[in-house]
Write a protein that binds this ligand. Structure first.
Ligand SMILES: CC(=O)N[C@H]1[C@@H](OP(=O)(O)O)O[C@H](CO)[C@@H](O)[C@@H]1O
Ligand SMILES: [Mg+2]
Length: 611
């Protein structure tokens, strides 16, 4: 078995619980039966031994040549999901985001443009793991029964893919499933993940009083650029020079080039770097948001002068981080926490200035990986409420959606700002009492249009940060000076069985319930250090546990994590190879001393649900 198969995530088979059938009819009488059976014979399941494909936070993700049968199965499920949603369009995105070019992935987008409802992931896993064509058709029909779906309901699927060469063949597998199930479809070709989310919501709100935008990628550019221009109703473009955008040699490059055609250069000037989409092996290779964040250094082709403003997108353009070098070539990262604090500060200020401070409350959502200094800044300086959720954007998204205006970002740069219906209504109805109020209100209304409401979107977030810096007349220097990150470190330990590490329910993954001995021991270790925090949790996407720690002094973080790591290895009975990434200055020192190691090959195993 090759190394990729060995690394596939193991998920239990769907439980064999008995659910009464809605239609006790002979399945072979279903008109789709024959067509699906014939079509799926073209896409046999890859032999993965005893390992199952798993649908997780980012759908199925693995080496591309293992995927055709999985994509076919996802097509079947999307067709069922659309029928269940009374014919609303369901989205399918084919991408492996920041993973290497030889990987690919597939995920389903629900009618409002959000991630597919979690309960349905089980059915995706079930279909994807059918061992033979007959088994797949049987599972397909049983899915319809169990999910109480009316087979003849209308169904529609829209889909897109990133720039990976394997995408074309996967689209063929998808189309075969859609044709066999009589599902209407639209192929949007190459697009970013957030563009597909936009298209899904735009399609399903067309003609309603909640119309999201024109149903085309061009409509997406028009919406973003028009809103951007509306935010510029009084202020002028940032005097601090252009923004440099590392597009990870992925889909962000052509899409940003297109977007730039809609934006006048005197208002928005971006210089694109790493745009070689015709050289697939360069995708996410030594560049892109994930690489910059995990390596804590500038990407390939970085040639920034001190204080130049640089950003990196990931391979499907749903994440963004900013960075720059200060005097002495010291690398400084402005990650998701920084974007969250910048956005919360600015939008909070606008709400207050518009006279809506009493009506609209802002909330920020973070995960345990947010730097403690960012949380303190939000609570103490911005005086806003912070909620913590488990890792994974869908958890953050749902929590943010409960706020009037909810700002959410993972430290790695994936996030957005959600405006609730209540907030949008207040923005529409409010009668400003002064020019200052009118200006703030106009900007807020424009931001609610410009910020992608369906999912974190690197292009929309790029415009957001640029608007804020421009309005504040800030350079990266002022942005960085808002607070100082606590020294911190994130490690990964390959334990024998990460499923043994269970966090305390409701603790937002900050405390471990099992193995039982570990948390008391960790508390003992943490208590030795000033303002220290440390937690261990099983990764939801890789076969490892992650250890995160922060404290007042970098040396203490090192010491604390070394002890926790030792104990984790002791308890879990094994270890393989820890690797490390960190955010603070002493990383540079380590680089120079040759102490840093590159992370291992990204794991192609299907992502799993975070616990
Ligand atoms: C510490 C960290 O960055 N974790 C990442 C990572 O999750 P893990 O469950 O930690 O493997 O992948 C997720 C999906 O891309 C992303 O949402 C999350 O932020
Ligand atoms: Mg991504």
């Amino acid at each position: 078995m090759n190394k990729y198969l060995r690394k596939l995530d193991i998920r239990p088979h769907p439980p064999h619980i008995y659910i009464p059938m809605l239609y006790e009819q002979d399945m072979t009488e279903q008109p789709e039966f024959g067509a699906v059976l014939e079509a799926c014979k073209q896409y046999p399941r890859a032999d993965t031994g005893k390992k199952d494909f798993g649908y997780g936070t980012a759908g199925f993700r693995m080496r591309a040549d293992l995927l055709p049968s999985v994509v076919f199965a996802v097509g079947l499920l999307a067709s069922i999901r659309s029928r269940k949603c009374k014919g609303s369009a369901i989205g399918i995105m084919i991408t492996a985001s920041h993973n290497p070019a030889e990987d690919n992935g597939v995920k389903i987008v629900d009618p409002e443009g959000e991630m597919m409802s979690e309960e349905w992931e089980w059915f995706a896993t079930w279909l994807a793991n059918a061992r033979d064509p007959e088994g797949l058709v049987r599972s397909f029909m049983q899915c319809m029964n169990r999910l109480r779906v009316i087979p003849h309901n209308p169904r529609k699927v829209i889909f897109a893919r990133d720039t990976r060469p394997s995408g074309e063949a996967l689209v063929e597998a998808l189309k075969a499933a859609l044709v066999a199930t009589g599902t209407e479809y639209i192929d949007y070709g190459i697009a970013t993940t957030p563009q597909l989310h936009y298209l899904v919501r735009a399609t399903n709100t067309l003609g309603s009083d909640r119309e999201y935008g024109e149903v085309s990628i061009e409509g997406y550019y028009k919406k973003l650029s028009a809103a951007f221009m509306n935010t510029m109703h009084i202020e002028y473009a940032n005097q601090a020079g252009p923004v440099y955008v590392d597009c990870a040699n992925g889909v962000g490059a052509p899409q940003l080039k297109e977007l730039l055609k809609y934006l006048p250069e005197d208002k928005f000037k971006a210089i694109i770097v790493n745009d070689k989409i015709d050289q697939p092996d360069r995708l996410n290779n030594r560049c892109g948001a994930d690489w910059v964040k995990t390596q804590q250094r500038a990407p390939e082709n970085f040639n920034g002068k001190d204080w130049d403003r640089w950003t990196s997108l990931d391979g499907d353009a749903d994440r963004i981080v900013y960075y720059f070098c200060e005097e002495g070539s010291i690398f400084r990262l402005l990650d998701g926490d920084r974007i969250a604090t910048l956005a919360a500060d600015y939008i909070g200020e606008l709400v207050h200035k518009s006279g809506l401070g009493e009506q609209i409350k802002l909330g920020v959502v973070q995960t345990a990986y947010a730097n403690g200094a960012s949380t303190k800044y939000i609570e103490k300086t911005l005086k806003l409420k912070v909620e913590f959720t488990p890792t994974g954007v869908k958890h953050l998204h749902h929590a943010a959606a409960r706020q009037d205006i909810g700002v959410y970002f993972e430290a790695n740069g994936h996030g957005t700002v959600l405006f609730s219906e209540r907030a949008l209504k207040a923005l529409r109805k409010h009668q400003p009492q002064s020019t200052a109020q009118l200006n703030a209100l106009t900007t807020l209304r424009a931001l609610s249009e410009m910020i992608n409401q369906t999912v974190g979107d690197a292009l929309s977030d790029l415009l957001l940060v640029e608007v804020i810096l421009s309005h504040k007349q800030w350079t990266v220097k002022e942005w960085l000076s808002t607070y100082a990150d606590l020294p911190n470190k994130l490690m990964k330990v390959n334990v024998m069985d990460r499923n043994k590490f269970i966090t305390v329910p409701g603790s937002a993954e900050r405390r471990l319930e099992r193995p039982p001995a570990i948390q008391p021991k960790m508390d003992e270790i943490i208590a030795k250090y000033q303002d220290a925090r440390c937690f261990v949790r099983a990764s939801g996407t890789e076969d490892a546990v992650r250890i995160y720690g922060e404290a007042t002094h970098a040396m203490e973080v090192e010491e604390m994590l070394a002890q926790v790591q030792e104990y984790v290895i002791h308890i879990s009975g094994t270890h393989i190879e820890p690797w490390v990434y960190k955010r603070e200055d002493d990383r540079i020192e380590e680089l120079e001393m040759g102490l840093r190691r590159d992370p291992p090959d990204p794991l192609p195993g299907g992502e799993q649900k975070t616990r």
